[in-house]
Every structure is written in structure tokens, then in C-alpha cells.
Design a protein around this ligand. Sequence first.
Ligand SMILES: C[S@@+](CC[C@H](N)C(=O)[O-])C[C@H]1O[C@@H](n2cnc3c(N)ncnc32)[C@H](O)[C@@H]1O
Length: 146
Amino acid sequence: MNPARIRIIAVGKVRKGWVGEGVETYRKRLPGLEIVELRDGGMAREAEAISAELRGGEQLVALCEEGQSYDSLAFAKALEGSGSERLAFVIGGADGLDPALKGRAHWRLSLSPMTFPHELARLLLLEQLYRASSIQQGGPYHRAGA
Ligand SMILES: C[S@@+](CC[C@H](N)C(=O)[O-])C[C@H]1O[C@@H](n2cnc3c(N)ncnc32)[C@H](O)[C@@H]1O
């Protein structure tokens, strides 16, 4: 997996230091992956800002509880299957993502049926992206069931 074809577009800042540390740890392990932070300000405005941020040819992956869920091996495979497509993983703010935006997403991805604060969703997504990259490379990071 080439992390440079992945962007995370996230509404809201990471305010908790310990979450920020985790985000930075995994971001460094995924060189080239870009994180774009957008201001929070209501679902409709946020949806406009997200749409304006998306690049032509980039596939929108909306993070939402009700999306498709995977185990880590299947997620790694799904990412591999997306070939060289450029992916924008979009994380909503406190109000969540606009339903119309989710409706036009190429892929709706759930990290769990439970709801997480956006900061934790960012950290969990990064960790799973790193895990997927390690699985694809046959690295020792992923030990299923361990
Ligand atoms: C606090 S949550 C928003 C909750 C909001 N009440 C809702 O119904 O969407 C903030 C963002 O984190 C992400 N998120 C939270 N839990 C998630 C999960 N289990 N799977 C995927 N994304 C999640 C989503 O992008 C969501 O828009």
C-alpha cells in the first residue's frame, strides 16, 4: 500500500495530547499520508468544505458507524483491491457527516457499530491503515488473535 495515495480529511482538531501523540506515531509510520483538518461549523458547512477539499479522481471514503465493517485482514485486502486509486477517508465532526455526502461516498467504512469521538476515530483509522500496510508487506506487526 502506498500511503501517498491516501488522505484523511477530518473535521475538527485533535485537542487531547495523548490522542495527538498516537496520531503522530502512526502518521510517521505511513510516510506520504496526508491529513487535512477542516474547521467544525455545522454539518452543512462542513459538507461544503469537504466537497471543496476533495480532488478530482479521488475516491470519497466516508467513515460512519453504519458503514461496511471488516476484520483487519479483509480491510488490508480491500485496500489492496483499490489498486492505485487515490482515497480520501473523511471523518466527521461532533455532529457527524452530512447524509448527502455519505450518500455519494464511493465507500462507507465502519470501524465498529459503536460511536467514537472524531479524535479517536482518526487514531483508530490510522492504526488500521498502518496494520493493513504491515499485513500487505508480511511484517510482524499483525498477529491475529494475539
Ligand atoms: C462523534 S462522531 C459523530 C457522531 C454523530 N452523532 C453521528 O451520528 O454521526 C464523529 C465522527 O467520527 C467518525 N466515527 C465515529 N465512530 C465511528 C465508527 N464506529 N466508525 C466509523 N467512523 C466513526 C465518523 O466520521 C463521525 O462522523
